[in-house]
Design a protein around this ligand. Structure first.
Ligand SMILES: [Zn+2]
Length: 121
């Protein structure tokens, strides 16, 4: 049986695995990685919703700048370690969630009533 040498996505240590795609050396590392993503996602949730639904408030309050400041802080905390998933994996995690197909952007007209679905190419 083939054994793969991998590097843990959380602690960076080398470990052996029978699976070529195993990401973590142990359960505590997997939990730490996912808990950090969950915490940071919670911090971003309201800011992102304000960016999408209350554009004037977002602009007045500097929401985008705060989102960028948060990302900078996380980058400093992570000390160069990649603590996010690939775009391919992040999008795959969304498969089957929601009624709007992935890749379709819902835009609201100036009146706030008209909604159109735009397929990104
Ligand atoms: Zn680890």
């Amino acid at each position: 049986m083939k054994v793969f040498t991998r590097h843990c996505a959380e602690c960076g240590e080398a470990f052996q695995s029978k699976r070529a795609d195993k990401e973590f050396c142990c359960t505590p590392c997997r939990q730490a990685f996912n808990n950090r993503r969950m915490q940071r996602g919670a911090e971003l949730y309201d800011l992102f919703r304000i960016m999408r639904r209350e554009r004037d408030v977002a602009k007045t309050e500097g929401v985008w700048a705060e989102m960028c400041r948060l990302e900078r802080q996380w980058n400093d905390e992570d000390e160069g370690q990649k603590t996010w998933q690939s775009a391919k994996k992040a999008l795959a995690n969304l498969k089957g969630k929601g009624s709007i197909p992935i890749g379709v952007v819902v835009a609201r007209g100036i009146t706030g009533k008209a909604r159109t679905a735009v397929k990104l190419s």
